[in-house]
Every structure is written in C-alpha cells, then in structure tokens.
Ligand binder design. Structure first.
Ligand code: AMP
Ligand code: MN
Ligand code: MN
Ligand code: MN
Length: 283
C-alpha cells in the first residue's frame, strides 16, 4: 500500500494534465492516487478509462472559511456527479472568477494589464492566486513566485482580494452528501498555535469531519508525530499526500512525501469502511 491522496492537475493550479499525474504515480509505485484539484473535479472524468494497476480515489480540495481563516478540506471517495457537490463547486469557481476580476482591476491601476486574457489561454477551471503569481513573474512585475505572494498576493499584498468561500460546515456537509470522507488538509500549514489547531479539529469533527492529513510535503518529523497523536486522541483517520503541483524541483514528487508514522497506521484512512465503496474506480 503506497498512497498519494492529495495532488493537483492543470484544471486548478497544477501544471500537468491528469494523465501525467497517473503516469507519474505508476512510475513511483503508488497504489492509490487521489487528484484533489481546488474546487474542481474535471480531472476525474479524464482518467476514468485507463487500464493500469493504479486505483484512483475520487478527490477534491475545497477552500472554506473558519473564524475568518482560510482552511482547505480534502474530500475523498466523493461522487463527482452529486448535485450538492456540483452546485457548491460551481459557486466556488464563480467566486474565483470574480476574485480575479477584482485583482485584475487592482493590477491595472498599478499599471499592468492582461491578467484576465492570461487566464483565457490556460486550461484551468479554478482560477487561483498561484496563476497570478506566474503571471506577475512572466510580466517581470515580480522576481519569483515567493516574492509575488509576499508583495502582491498575500493578505497584506498590493492586489490582495479577500475570498468569499463557503463555511467549514458547508464544505464538510457537501463532501458527506457526495458520499465522501472529509479530510482536514495540511493542518500544520495554517497560522495557528497547537491549541487553536485543536479547536479547529474539534469543530471539524463536530461538523462531521473524519480524517486529517498526518503527512505532506515539507512536514517536519515533530509535526508529523504530533498530528498523528492528535488524530489518535480525537479518533480521526489519517491521510497523506504530496500536494504535488508541478515538476519544478521545489515541489514534492507524486508519492514522495514522508510516510505516515508507524503508530498512525492503525488509524490509516484505508481502514475506513468507505474505502471499499462503489465510488472507487479500479483502473
Ligand atoms: P487561492 O486558492 O486562489 O487562494 O490560491 C492558493 C494557492 O496558491 C495555493 O493552493 C498554493 O498552491 C498557492 N500558494 C499559496 N500561498 C503561497 C505561497 N506563499 N507561495 C507559493 N504558493 C502559494
Ligand atoms: Mn494550490
Ligand atoms: Mn491546500
Ligand atoms: Mn493542495
């Protein structure tokens, strides 16, 4: 069993086609792969008919709001045809487009045109700040993506626009309504103390969340251990994934994130009863 339950295709802010992700997962001996695009499931239809030993787990990563913070919830084993899910994702995709219009206006007032036409030439369905970072680098407004986030796209950045995501409760309810398991994505990446993170995890669980990511790219061994203990203490399943976006060296390759702690395996997500549900496509 070697899973990668979090990665992105070019339908959100990844750089590769879904088929590339599947090939890469096979090359790296991954047994179960979830493509979890931001607020979008378009990749799932495209990889349905390959004939390989890899098992595809239907996934999505939903942006939501909790106490005015932006939190990401991964949905695994979802049915992409679910009406509730389609409705929520199309509303979030619309929000993303409106946000880019507002960012474009701010950017034009600073003297740079062309953000919206840049998007027209991309295959993405979910528009993200990650694309804007690439645009700012291409236009030589910023030296690199990190600087773009710092000076322009972060909360105190020059063209920052707040987002109007669904609530944490809505994201979880929608994933459940689509038959899936709600997973708190990369819990150590939010600007929260451990105490506040526990409050988030309690709320997440109260709303019906069932798992958290206990390993992902660039996580340190201490955080991995603490997240594993937190999941065990709260009776949550443990998931993990690379959050792969791109072949560029600074991104973690598919399947190459640190393994879950040994003691986490008794709560591993593949022990969840839904893991063997009908929504799983064996390719
Ligand atoms: P959005 O969903 O439009 O807010 O865009 C968020 C995406 O931008 C995330 O999924 C990351 O891929 C990327 N991102 C966010 N913060 C940073 C950062 N500081 N440096 C590089 N990429 C980032
Ligand atoms: Mn991303
Ligand atoms: Mn995320
Ligand atoms: Mn992600």
């Amino acid at each position: 069993m070697k899973v990668d339950l979090h990665c992105h295709s070019y339908f959100s802010d990844g750089k590769q086609a879904p088929e590339f992700l599947v090939q890469r997962a096979i090359e790296n001996k991954v047994s179960h792969l979830a493509i979890t695009d931001h607020d979008c499931t378009a990749a799932l239809d495209l990889i349905a008919n390959h004939l390989t030993e890899l098992t595809i787990i239907n996934g999505v990563e939903i942006s939501c709001q909790w106490n005015s913070m932006e939190i990401h919830i991964v949905g695994l084993l979802i049915d992409p045809a679910s009406g509730d899910l389609r409705e929520l994702l199309s509303s979030q995709q619309q929000q993303r487009k409106l946000r880019m219009q507002a960012m474009d206006e701010k950017l034009r007032s600073l003297g740079t045109d062309g953000l919206l036409s840049y998007f027209e030439n991309l295959p993405c369905i979910s528009y993200t700040r990650s694309h804007v970072a690439d645009f700012l680098v291409a236009e030589k407004v910023c030296k690199n993506r990190q600087k773009a986030f710092k000076s322009h796209l972060g909360k105190r950045g020059k063209i920052y626009v707040g987002s109007n995501w669904c609530s944490l409760a809505e994201a979880i309810a929608c994933i459940q309504s689509a038959g899936g398991i709600a997973v708190l994505a990369h819990p150590g990446r939010y600007p929260l103390s451990w105490r506040k993170l526990e409050t988030l995890v309690d709320d997440f669980k109260d709303y019906g969340g069932e798992a958290l990511e206990g390993s992902y790219s660039n996580i340190d061994p201490n955080s991995r251990k603490r997240l594993c203990e937190l999941a065990l203490a709260k009776s949550l399943y443990l998931s993990g994934g690379s959050d792969f976006h791109d072949r560029a060296a600074h991104w973690t390759d598919i399947g190459k994130f640190p393994a879950l702690d040994q003691q986490a395996l008794k709560n591993a997500i593949w022990l969840h009863p839904k893991w063997h549900s009908l929504n799983q496509k064996t390719l």
